[in-house]
Design a protein around this ligand. Structure first.
Ligand code: SF4
Length: 381
């Protein structure tokens, strides 16, 4: 760990990676030098790796003083920044591109800061002394997304196995009187969250957007044995293939191009591109109790850096296919995009949705990484 005011930018750059250690130092001229240090022995490797692991739990130097802080284990998933934007910002790329506390929460902001801490997939948000309201705040999950979506809830408890993706809960009463409680993508398994879901009637159906966001789906299945899981067969993997989470037990493996109607007002659309088996769940307004909503997984979201709808090209399997999926999605009936990663969107009208999704598809192909983009739009240290 590098100490001293000139070393803020360097700490996040010192990482043990596959037998080497990246070491950064700053010369008297103020220039940053990065050296590659190879381990001389396994003893040295273990010692340096342990030291890095304990140093990683120290507060990032960019945090402002106060009870909340972020340590160096942050994986930059963006969750805390969209959940509590008055508290958490992102450091510049050279300072590690991680979250930090740029302003301590006031009384009005405290609940959301605690929710962000509970949702952080890596436990990177900490407090110097315990926040006495944490237990009470945990019980506010699942958290209603918006008054315009009265039956759609954010589950919090993001998982590092899904790189911090959001998951959702939609408790439905069907016109027939039957209950259909849907979980969209898997949060990290938590017995506390499971009890809160018990109080809401349990989980009947888990729809998984694609192979990267399945997290603890097997543990949730053990906890709710009658729950049926749905995902596209093209993304089903065994434990030996990326992301090394067994999906072969998924009960409903969708085949072909769909669409699939799971219940009245509950539709699944095949939206390949990010991965071959990516699917989008579309709920109409009768189901959400308000606006129509599309749960897009990693297919499409508002990209905060670019300030536009985006498919995050660097993670895409097939850009053309993904752009085509965006064009098809434009013709569906919804106003909200609720993504796994990235920011939520609410369109003012169906016309705006169509226009913006078509434009997003075109931009995705002409400028997939946002070369012409204005740059970061969030608070940067
Ligand atoms: S939620 Fe945690 S991992 Fe994600 S950006 Fe915030 S501090 Fe980092």
């Amino acid at each position: 760990m590098f100490r001293g005011k000139n070393c803020r930018a360097l700490n996040a750059m010192a990482r043990p990676i596959h037998g080497i250690f990246l070491v950064a130092s700053m010369g008297l001229c103020g220039r940053v030098f990065v050296h590659v240090h190879t381990f001389k022995s396994s003893v040295e490797r273990v010692s340096l790796t342990r030291r890095w692991a304990s140093d990683a739990k120290q507060p990032h130097a960019a945090n402002v003083r106060g009870n909340f802080y972020v340590d160096h284990t942050c994986i930059d998933c963006d969750t805390c920044r969209w959940m509590a934007p008055e508290t958490f910002g992102r450091t510049s790329h050279v300072a590690g591109g991680q979250s930090y506390v740029y302003e301590q929460p006031n009384e009005d902001q405290l609940d959301m800061a605690i929710r962000a801490m509970v949702s952080c997939p890596t436990g990177s948000i900490r407090t110097q002394s315990p926040e006495r309201r944490t237990k009470e705040i945990i019980e506010t999950f699942p958290l209603r997304v918006s008054n315009e979506l009265p039956r759609v809830f954010h589950l919090g408890f993001h998982s590092a196995k899904s790189f911090g993706a959001s998951s959702y809960f939609i408790p439905l009463s069907m016109p027939s009187g039957e209950r259909l409680n849907i979980m969209f993508d898997s949060p990290r398994y938590s017995s506390k969250l499971a009890k809160l879901l018990d109080a809401a009637g349990g989980v009947d159906l888990m729809v998984m957007s694609h192979k990267d966001d399945v997290a603890d789906h097997n543990k949730w299945k053990e906890r709710f044995p009658s729950m049926r899981r749905v995902m596209h067969a093209a993304d089903v993997r065994g434990p030996d293939a990326w992301p090394y989470i067994d999906m072969t037990g998924v009960e409903e493996q969708l085949d072909g191009k769909g669409p699939w109607i799971l219940a009245d007002g509950v539709k699944v659309l095949h939206t390949p591109g990010h991965s071959a088996g990516s699917i989008t769940l579309i709920l109409d307004g009768r189901v959400t109790g308000g606006d129509g909503a599309a749960f897009t997984g990693d297919h499409l979201a508002m990209n905060g850096r670019l300030g536009r709808l985006d498919g995050f090209a660097r993670y895409s399997d097939d850009l053309d296919l993904q752009a085509e999926s965006m064009r098809r999605l434009a013709e569906e009936d919804f106003l909200w995009i609720l993504p796994g990663h990235g920011r939520r969107v609410r369109f003012a009208s169906a016309q705006q949705r169509q226009a913006e999704l078509r434009q997003a598809a075109a931009q995705y192909l002409s400028d997939p990484r946002g070369a012409q983009a204005p740059g970061p739009m969030f608070h940067v240290a």
